[in-house]
Design a protein around this ligand. Structure first.
Ligand SMILES: [Mg+2]
Length: 230
């Protein structure tokens, strides 16, 4: 590992800079409770998850797609009994999620402030454009970043494009994020560096079982550790 070659550091946003997954977990539980007359709550959460994954290609990631998947799941469970009460509950839940405050993760601001003196910092996130922009503005972090990349998915192709756009070589790029699947594996595959900082909960669709063993990979327990390494 030759960290001296790193020129640009990219941060994932959701559950790396700020809390996100918690809102989805809470919404799933509230949704299942609301529909508990139509099935076992655990089963309802599982059906909702299947619906979300099935819809990813159509709706992409984010709260709006999640809201549509809640509507579809309710319709599947309730059939003709679907009523305005449940419809309103779901739409309201989605809007509540979109209005949540942005809760920064520990030490993030300090870390960005320090690293921005030495490196070019960028955000690389997937999800809904409007919602990610809203969170970035609310976060107060936007001025630390040279560039914000909001993509529909984070695979090797998107990282190659980003590196090309930044006019650097893959080995001059470091990605930091909470998802092994989106923030680590495709970046290592491209030839970049990737550091993993796990969040306490990971969406099951983002989970991978493989243990990463790679010369350009590091697992950290919190963002502050970055200041000891970089
Ligand atoms: Mg994330």
């Amino acid at each position: 590992m030759n960290l001296n070659e790193i020129k640009v550091i990219a941060f994932d946003a959701d559950d790396t800079l700020w809390v996100n997954e918690t809102f989805f977990r809470d919404a799933e539980i509230a949704f299942a409770k609301e529909l508990s007359a139509y099935g076992d709550e655990e089963d309802i959460v599982r059906i909702l998850l299947d619906t979300e994954i099935k819809n990813l290609d159509t709706y992409g990631y984010g709260i709006k797609g999640f809201t549509l998947s809640m509507l579809e799941t309710a319709h599947r469970l309730m059939g003709d009994k679907m009523n305005s009460e449940i419809t309103e509950f779901i739409l309201e839940k989605g809007k509540q999620m979109l209005a949540e405050p942005v809760d920064l993760l520990p030490h993030i601001e300090l870390v960005l402030e320090q690293l921005s003196k030495k490196y070019k910092l960028v955000v690389a996130t997937k999800g809904d454009l409007l919602d990610q922009e809203r969170k970035l503005i609310k976060s107060g972090l936007i001025d630390y970043f040279h560039h914000v990349e909001i993509v529909s998915d984070k695979k090797e192709t998107q990282y190659k494009k980003l590196v090309k756009h930044l006019d650097i070589k893959p080995n001059e790029f470091l990605m930091i994020g909470n998802s092994l699947k989106s923030d680590v594996i495709p970046v290592l595959a491209m030839g970049g560096y990737a550091f993993h900082i796990p969040f306490y909960t990971t969406w099951s669709h983002e989970q991978v079982d493989e243990a990463i063993n790679h010369s350009k990979f590091k697992a950290l327990s919190n963002a502050k550790e970055l200041l000891e390494i970089l």
